[in-house]
Design a protein around this ligand. Sequence first.
Ligand SMILES: [Zn+2]
Length: 135
Amino acid sequence: MSYLVRAERYAAASGVIVRRAQTPGGEWGVYEHRRRLITLHPDLRGPQLDWTFWHELGHAEYGHVGGDCRRKSKQERQADRWAALHMFDPFAFIQHVQPGMTDQEVACELGALPVAVTRLREALATLQVPLHEVA
Ligand SMILES: [Zn+2]
């Protein structure tokens, strides 16, 4: 199942509404907690769309409502971490990830943005799990 289909199912099961529409400042995605609404920029495609969708689902999962710069920065890190830990299919790692691969190579194998793999590697490091040992 694709990252996008899984994200759509996760949103539906969580009661989060998702739409494609223009965003303030042309941001890739926006989450409004009051309406439980994710807005995804209409120009997003492929891995960029997948990653943005999962990132915004992270904001929804935490119930983020914004705040000052420091708080927003923390929320962005939390959403990235949550997205990285939830978007990937563990079985894909068994099939594709080998020790010594760069994040770029892993991302290419998995059809994801390199930033998603980097955030996953960082999250696993805090759990003290090397990326290739997930496989
Ligand atoms: Zn965000």
